[in-house]
Write a protein that binds this ligand. Structure first.
Ligand code: HAM
Length: 401
């Protein structure tokens, strides 16, 4: 039986890539003073019904549980965060800077860069209206890219502002309740034929397309670019970005590969009303999500994924089966000393044991044989260079580390 469509099996090699990303996400967030949190993967359906917007609700994995509750697997982290902050914010000094690495579930059509589960690095700031907070988050996202070896030739942060869009669309006479529909049409613009976008926008299509073409960082965006300093070279004003989710209220942005071949690597922005709606507390907030799927594809395309390293320091070859028990004692001693050790669990030919050592990527083979053992020694072979030497059992740990 296969895994469900859009769900991944993580074999050790792919899990190592995931761990590599998580490690970079975590260390960069901590370097920026963010603290890690988590929430439940299953939430009340109502948490998403009103707050995330139609698109996400259509993609929910929802069902009725055995207690007759309507529940959903989390499709995004932001509503959970809003709920948690609503309940617990009094215990924390503002601004709150938190990050999480949740696995998320969306019933989407499976395609390049889109699966039905993914891991998403989320970083959010709660309780700060100043544009300095927007700059801090964008800087964190850029430095995360840089820690993975991606430079400004590889990725671009496309920045826009929903307030500017709001002012413009209201000026065109579009009522508030139709703004989200317009935002959705603009959000889809690059992935749909222009006639389709025009049809959705109706009589204001020309003006909207012209507005979407603006490139100049003015007002709040000007301040944002100034605060980003040297990192601003990663950023461009791009009003085609509005974001698909309903709750954004201010500066919004997405990170894309420069060649424009992949879907967005990350997206986020300010959502100053969501906490009031979900958490019952009126606090400004902003954040972003960065997915592992597109990011891994981009790193693979650029040759930036590290080679797989199983991390096995040595493989103990038991060349004489009568020495198994003392060999096991040595193995335990090495493991106590913090060295990773593997060995054949049952009697096997020496050649086979060496083959296994190579297949497991061990750095050293330690051969326990009848010739050396009585003299308190073993043979230690460096499997990369082939160099072999006799080493006293008591010195093996030092030799290998
Ligand atoms: P989002 O744009 O829906 O934002 O997702 C952020 C990123 O997650 C996307 O740019 C993409 O890399 C990845 N992603 C989303 N859906 C999928 C999928 N089906 N398969 C693979 N990757 C995917 C949010 O979720 C917001 N809650 C982010 C946020 C946090 N805003 C404020 N704070």
């Amino acid at each position: 039986m296969n895994a469900l469509p859009g769900f991944r099996d993580f074999y050790p090699e792919t899990l190592a890539v995931r761990r590599y990303l998580f490690d970079k996400w975590r260390t960069t967030a901590i370097r920026y003073g963010f603290r890690e949190y988590d929430g439940p993967p299953l939430e009340p359906l109502d948490l998403y019904r009103l707050k995330s917007g139609d698109e996400i609700v259509k993609q929910l994995y929802n069902f009725i549980d055995k207690g007759e509750r309507e529940v959903a697997l989390r499709p995004e982290m932001t509503p959970t965060l809003a709920r948690m902050v609503g309940a617990g914010h009094r215990n924390y000094k503002k601004p709150i800077k938190w990050f999480a690495i949740p696995q998320l579930f969306r019933y989407e059509k499976q395609q390049r860069g889109r699966l039905r589960e993914h891991f998403q690095f989320n970083a959010d700031i709660i309780g700060e209206t100043d544009v300095g907070a927007d700059a801090e988050l964008i800087a964190l996202a850029i430095d995360t890219m840089r820690s993975l070896g991606l430079a400004e030739q590889d990725v671009v942060v496309r920045v826009s502002d929903r307030r500017a869009w709001h002012r413009f669309l209201t000026g065109l006479g579009i009522p508030d309740e139709q703004l989200y529909t317009a935002f959705q049409a603009i959000d889809k613009m690059e992935r749909e034929p222009v006639e389709q976008t025009r049809a959705k926008l109706g009589p204001v299509a020309d003006q909207v397309l012209e507005f979407a073409g603006q490139k100049h960082p003015k007002d709040e965006l000007g301040q944002l670019f100034a605060q980003l300093g040297p990192l601003a070279k990663f950023c461009e004003v791009d009003f085609k970005i509005v974001r698909g989710l309903a709750y954004y209220t201010g500066i919004v942005w997405e990170i894309h590969d420069r060649k424009g071949e992949l879907r967005a690597v990350a997206g986020g922005g300010r959502y100053d009303n969501l906490l009031k709606l979900v958490g019952g507390v009126d606090l400004p907030a902003l954040g972003f999500g960065m997915g592992d799927v597109v990011l891994t594809e981009l790193l693979k395309d650029r040759g930036l994924l590290p080679a797989y390293n199983a991390g096995l320091d040595c493989f103990v070859v038991i060349a004489d089966e009568t020495l198994r028990l003392p060999a096991l004692q040595m193995i335990h001693g090495l493991r106590e000393a913090g060295i990773s050790v593997d060995y054949a669990l049952a009697s096997d030919k020496v050649g086979k044991q060496f083959q296994l050592a190579a297949a497991l990527g061990a750095r050293f083979a330690v051969v326990v044989g009848a010739q050396e053992w009585p003299g308190g020694e073993v043979k230690v072979k460096n499997l990369a260079t082939g160099v072999e030497e006799r080493v006293a059992v008591a010195e093996v740990a030092k030799k290998i580390s």
